[in-house]
Design a protein around this ligand. Structure first.
Ligand code: UDP
Ligand code: MG
Length: 316
């Protein structure tokens, strides 16, 4: 029997943790009873620099029951980094991990099926939302738009899959080789390879607390994803440049023809318009190229993705 570790990033989740921890514990206990996972399986909370009582709750859970473990980041590093930190910290203690959100919006009953698929030989099992009925129109629209825009911009992500997924130890070892600082998990995991599959579930409402992903963070996240996965924006600029070049050649031929026809009046308007058009295009192009140069700059710095302050593990 293989060992399963659940990894849950938590940022200001004091309202949901008591309920989440008891539900997850029930799930693990039932899976152990069914003989699907070993009794060494654990639930690991990663405290992402919360400002509330989250860490106190995690510490207490660990004290009372060693099925719970806690990792405390030195400060808030964002969902993706907290998750990555959790996965990399537990990697060598288990055979498979499942990452999920603290609010249990992602149906934990899908865990059974994920584990089944793991035994069928999958190294990565994606949790995919089959329905978003409980999301508000706005959340649904922006979230689905997110996946569509990502795809359009050349960042290949699994549609309607967030970070609810099972990963085997082998897959995590692969993930570790992606040394980039701007790590966009959803885009990088499919690049690892290995056999993968999806399980479908209905996304529920957050039962307490509020979303830590406001629109501003979501837009930043999408931009992060596009610029760290794809060079399509640059290609689009080059294509636009090419198009404008062709148009300018046609314009040149047109004006030469007009010249020999005797209509030599040169329009001030067209001059001004072209200055603006070229100027604007150049600025846009420089801006986008600058984005990538910014990334290169960050990569060369090799900043740590996370710093662990404490690791409440079994042998303490
Ligand atoms: N989260 C985190 N660090 C952050 C923001 C969020 O660890 O800076 C965690 C949060 O505690 C939750 C998960 O990421 O477990 C997803 O956040 P949330 O449920 O607020 O996002 P939504 O479901 O609204 O997209
Ligand atoms: Mg949520």
């Amino acid at each position: 029997m293989d060992t399963l570790y659940l990894v849950i990033p938590c940022y200001n989740e004091e309202e949901v943790l008591p309920e989440t921890s008891s539900q997850l514990k029930k799930k693990i206990v039932s899976l152990v009873a069914k003989g699907k996972i070993s009794a060494q399986s654990r639930i690991v909370f990663v405290n992402d620099g919360s400002k509330d009582k989250t860490w106190e709750i995690i510490s207490k859970l660990h004290e009372e029951d060693k099925i719970f473990q806690g990792i405390k980041l030195s400060r808030n590093k964002g969902h993706q980094n907290a998750l990555l930190c959790g996965l990399m910290t537990v990697k060598d203690h288990c055979d498979m991990t499942i990452s999920l959100d603290a609010d249990l919006q992602d149906d934990i009953n899908a865990i059974d099926e994920m584990v089944d698929k793991y035994y069928e030989g999958c190294d990565v099992v994606y949790g995919v939302r089959s329905a978003r009925d409980t999301d508000t129109f706005f959340k649904k629209f922006t979230a689905e738009g997110f996946y569509k825009v990502m795809k359009m911009m050349g960042a290949d992500v699994v549609f309607n899959h967030a970070d609810y997924r099972l990963m085997s130890r082998r897959a995590l070892d692969g993930l570790q080789n992606f040394k980039e600082v701007n790590l966009f998990l959803r885009g990088v995991v499919p690049m690892i390879g290995y056999k993968s599959d999806s399980v479908y579930y209905e996304r529920k409402e957050r039962f307490a607390g509020e979303s830590k992903y406001p629109l501003k963070k979501m837009l930043a996240f999408a931009w992060e994803g596009i610029t760290s996965l794809s060079t399509k924006p640059i290609k689009m600029i080059s294509m636009l440049g090419g198009l404008i070049f062709i148009v300018s050649i046609i314009m040149l031929i047109y004006s030469v023809v007009r010249h020999f026809m005797g209509a030599t009046e040169i329009g001030w308007t067209s001059t001004i318009v072209s200055i603006w058009a070229i100027g604007g295009l150049q600025l846009l192009a420089i801006g986008i190229i600058g984005e990538y140069i910014g990334k290169v700059y960050l990569e060369t710095k090799e900043r740590p993705k996370f710093i662990v302050e404490k690791y409440l593990s079994d042998d303490e």
